[in-house]
Write a protein that binds this ligand. Sequence first.
Ligand SMILES: Nc1ncnc2c1ncn2[C@@H]1O[C@H](COP(=O)(O)OP(=O)(O)OP(=O)(O)O)[C@@H](O)[C@H]1O
Ligand SMILES: [Mg+2]
Length: 396
Amino acid sequence: MLSTNKHAGRHDVAQPTMIGFLHKDIASEVKGIVKKTDATCDIRTITGALKEELIGFRSDPCVVLLQMAASEADEFDVVEDFLNRNPHLSVIIVCDDVPFEQVRRLMRAGALDILPRPLKEDEFLVALEAAFIRVSNAKISGGTARTGKVITFMKACGGVGGTTLAIQAAHALSGTAKRRQKVCLIDFDLQFGNVAMYLDVVDGGELSDLLREPEIIDATLFSSVASSHPSGIDIIAAPQTVWSLDSIQVDQAQKIIEVAAQLYDYVIIDLPDYWTDWSKQIIDNAHAVVLVMQMTVAAVRHARRRLDLLQAEGLGAVPVFVVANRYKKPTVFTTDTIKQDEVEKALGHQIDFALPSNYKVVNEAQTQGIPIAEAEGGRKFAADLSKVAEAISARI
Ligand SMILES: Nc1ncnc2c1ncn2[C@@H]1O[C@H](COP(=O)(O)OP(=O)(O)OP(=O)(O)O)[C@@H](O)[C@H]1O
Ligand SMILES: [Mg+2]
């Protein structure tokens, strides 16, 4: 029998709370069972589409009991989206006759348990107990456990392909339908960010919505600002208007990265050209820096300056991967590209990866707002990009 009294004496554990989104037919049954525990519960009766009931729902970590109709195929999408957006909640789903594939899908998205109708009291109490323990643990740890890998994309100079590669890396790391990884791409290019434009995200939340007091920047706020792109990644777009460089405080950048890493398997960051205290803070928190350059004298010079800057700022311990974008393999007839060994000597760093130029597919993807993998003729180029993203991920 569930009793939260076992936490008696642990004053750090708040009284558990459950919020139920239930149809009238089981609401009173659930209330009756919960009454037998010392949990508090707030039952909201579903009167229309579940999607409407869940819009704008925000809560600190708590147990959520969701009743869904298996006959409404789109309710699986609604619940999956809810789970993805609220990883800090312990969600139990009540549903009749859920197909096995859908059970797996909801469990993968983070559902704690899925209970069939009619509800069995003992099964329900076991699920509730597990959910309350999870909520208590989340509250004790402050929900700050770091999970995601943070990879920052830094361009040697403007226009070398930093944003293009950050988007593709994010998409590649989000995996396949069979093995989905949660990825968020944050456009920190505060003044001239292009992520939303390249992915055709018109009106979603933006970075400026996150620039609040650090205590307020939490999983709930972050999830409400992130836009889900049809490709499977979430994005935080740069502001649509030009913001001054000092609009971000170091502690805000720190908190944004921390919360993102708590929510996602990978946090990909598109950094701006300019150097600020907050970009330093972001790199200090990163698992890797991907320095994107091209094989031109100017780009190599700027790449070298960036590498020196990282050392000078005490960031030498963060692994750096140099990517030569739009790389043209030299032949005996080539006279217009500088040689790789000369570049590496000038950089004092090897070129870790090289990616070819493919204007047609890159342009096609950016015009349609889709990842390169989905653009016509983009499969080979996307596979090259995936290899780079996976190799970096494997080494951090
Ligand atoms: N490998 C590539 N092949 C062909 N075109 C590319 C490639 N990579 C990037 N481009 C093109 O180069 C242009 C600049 O790319 P992108 O915006 O990604 O660069 P950036 O370094 O982020 O620039 P910015 O300084 O504007 O932030 C875009 O038009 C993009 O389509
Ligand atoms: Mg850019």
